[in-house]
Design a binder for this molecule. Sequence first.
Ligand code: HEC
Ligand code: HEC
Ligand code: HEC
Ligand code: HEC
Length: 456
Amino acid sequence: MNRFKRWSAIIFPLVLSASLGLITSGSLQKAGDEALGTRKYSDYQTPTFCGIQCHNDLYQQWKQAMMSQAYTHHWDEIEYFKLAVPQAEKDPVVAGVKAGCNGCHSPLAFLAGDVPPPLPSKNSRANESVSCEVCHTVTGFAGDVPHNFNWISEPGKNKYGPREGKISPEHNMVKSEFLGTAEFCGTCHNEKSPYGVWVKSTHLEWKDGPYARQGVKCHDCHMTYAPGKSASMGNTYPDVRLHLFHGAHDTGKVKGTIELRVNPDLNEAAPGDKVKFTIALFNQKTGHKFPTGSVEDRIVWMHVEAVDAKGNRYHLPVDKKGFEGEEYTIAADTLAYQDMGIALGDPNFKGVQRDGIPVGDRIFRMAYFDPQGRMTIQQWNTKSQGVDYRLGPRETKVETCTFSIPDTVPPGPLVVTAVLNYQKLVKPVADFLGVPEDESEIIEVNRHSTTIKIVD
Ligand code: HEC
Ligand code: HEC
Ligand code: HEC
Ligand code: HEC
């Protein structure tokens, strides 16, 4: 067979089926829950094998990204072993997550039926997390909507990627349109809870937004193109996809995501006057909502303060708008997350502070609720959700703070500053579960100030 025939025999059926997004489910093409235990670890190469000699640059990038730590990272280990596995063993509704978490966080362990996988400290192959072979063996997904690890993995000599017809000494290179689509990312970046609620919807948010309409994909922001080589002995290309996957764990990526502008309704005021400060928050950077992904963990909030001529500080709580469910979007002194008690063996657990930030600050979030209607950080134990008050792609939200100038404010400038902060995990939960500090570190997304004049 000449080379064209051989390649086309491999490529055309794959491209066709991958672009349709559905490959008929043969016995070797199981997806989602059905793929549990259908493969062996030894069907797949290790990332170090791919990295050594050939793909060192891409390997080093991947190594520093969350993809290579999806199973081993401290918060993942704590949430899986302390909360998810114990609850799965007690509650039949969520029993499936004992295996299912690994469908996205350690796909090879899932495929090998290694459930629960050994602890990260055991250094087993589960630690490979979302490895090179996880992605480069995927040929499509099952069903209509990518979600809950419904990718189809076909390991072997064929490695699927963006280029065709190139010769590698190690493996066949088969062009797959699918890897270049947002749907591919959606197989792990959309998640439905056992109660049928969309608890992760990054791809769906993107699909509804302006970037999808303009053809800007996940890859264009998280795997940007740069000129270079993708293999040490390979050609130089103008457009190699960097394997950076920088997201919420990259402070630089998060910073500047939202722009803030504050303006007053009066330029001069006297004690006793009311001044209204309007803050416009514009999402200039994300292709999906902010925050997205692990929305149950994340907290984004705006803190507004005034400083007078003598340096006295005043906290300005946000004005209420009056929409349904707003109480979850304004920081309060209240307890939540009582359902952590299920896994921890304390059904009467009182919970921990819901927000852990100054009371009255505006929170941009969507609350997740457990079957009893209590706020939860356990996405698998989520039966309903509150109002979606996150910042959509290219959306502007407008907030106001009305300040009744106290008598104690001296004449002179009054500087009002709005700061937008971000935490990957609400601090009271992080402290309670012993999650290391970097997960609840406060990242300043942006700030802006305005000045008015106080007169007698
Ligand atoms: C989360 C999925 C994912 C992981 C993990 C992953 N890749 Fe990729 N890789 C991709 C995607 C997506 C592309 C680009 C596909 C496209 O643009 O059509 C790509 C492209 C490539 C290319 C082709 C680059 C070019 O432009 O010629 C190589 C080579 C590659 N990856 C190797 C690796 C290696 C080695 C690892 C592990 C260290 C790895 N990948 C891990 C998804 C992944
Ligand atoms: C096999 C499942 C899988 C696929 C396919 C996948 N991801 Fe991921 N991705 C994950 C998991 C799991 C994490 C979370 C790692 C963690 O924080 O534990 C992650 C993390 C990320 C992050 C980092 C987020 C952060 O918090 O810093 C980015 C960005 C990302 N993925 C983008 C992509 C893009 C773009 C694609 C498609 C080209 C893709 N992913 C495909 C499973 C996947
Ligand atoms: C226009 C650029 C852009 C596009 C397109 C885009 N993202 Fe992002 N993404 C960002 C920025 C900026 C951040 C950092 C801010 C944040 O955490 O949301 C981010 C964050 C993330 C995070 C971490 C979110 C969190 O809160 O933990 C994930 C995961 C992610 N993106 C995945 C994706 C996937 C999957 C797609 C495609 C369906 C995609 N992104 C499309 C810009 C983009
Ligand atoms: C459908 C795929 C999928 C499933 C199933 C899944 N996750 Fe994830 N998980 C992800 C992705 C993708 C991210 C990254 C999202 C982001 O960055 O916001 C993530 C993020 C996380 C994080 C936050 C990591 C961080 O450092 O902020 C934890 C913890 C986590 N998952 C634990 C679990 C547990 C425990 C389960 C099972 C109950 C589970 N996941 C099931 C895809 C999945």
